[in-house]
Write a protein that binds this ligand. Structure first.
Ligand code: CUA
Length: 166
């Protein structure tokens, strides 16, 4: 009858109102997310430097012979390391204590992380990007280098170590 029709019309209007509100909210979120990505870029936390993770062995910088500890042009220590399932390469390096050291990390496969206790070394290593971190080791000794991003079944065994020499 008339009243039932009236009620159903009313319900439809209510539904339409809520659908409109829902769509507006979704639209707003999309604008915020896309806008943020557009203005700030979707990037790993360190400075943005890209590299082809599948061709590291062909890159000059991360070719096997160029990994490990080196002195740069200014006489500062530069360490280049590759993260891959399930280790960091080279497996072992030695550096001096209380000295500024710049590390450059790349991944040869998936997302890894690197954490060295007692230092500020903690970053993601995103495939396709170079992660650069400057640190120093407060005391001589053996420091573990640990992966702190889940990267597969061997994640818990992904580590290497650094000897810090007085
Ligand atoms: Cu590499 Cu976890």
């Amino acid at each position: 009858d008339f009243y039932e029709q009236l009620r159903s019309v009313h319900v439809e209007q209510l539904e339409r109102k809520w659908i409109t509100i829902t769509l507006l909210v979704i639209g707003l979120l999309v604008v915020i997310i896309v806008g943020d990505a557009f203005f700030h870029g979707v990037n790993p936390p360190s400075k943005v430097e890209t590299i082809d993770s599948a061709k590291l062995h062909l890159s000059k910088e991360f070719a096997e012979s160029n990994l490990g500890v080196q002195l740069d042009d200014k006489g500062e220590i530069m360490v280049r390391m590759v993260a891959g399932r399930y280790s960091f390469f080279p497996k072992h390096i030695a550096v001096p204590a209380e000295t500024k050291i710049t590390f450059r990390w790349v991944s040869m496969d998936v997302l890894h992380g690197v954490h060295i206790p007692m230092t500020n070394m903690s970053t993601m290593i995103v495939p396709g990007y170079v992660a650069e971190i400057t640190t120093s080791f407060p005391k001589p000794g053996e420091y573990p280098v640990l992966c702190n991003e889940y990267c597969g079944l061997g994640h818990n065994h992904m580590w290497s170590n650094i000897s810090v020499i007085a």
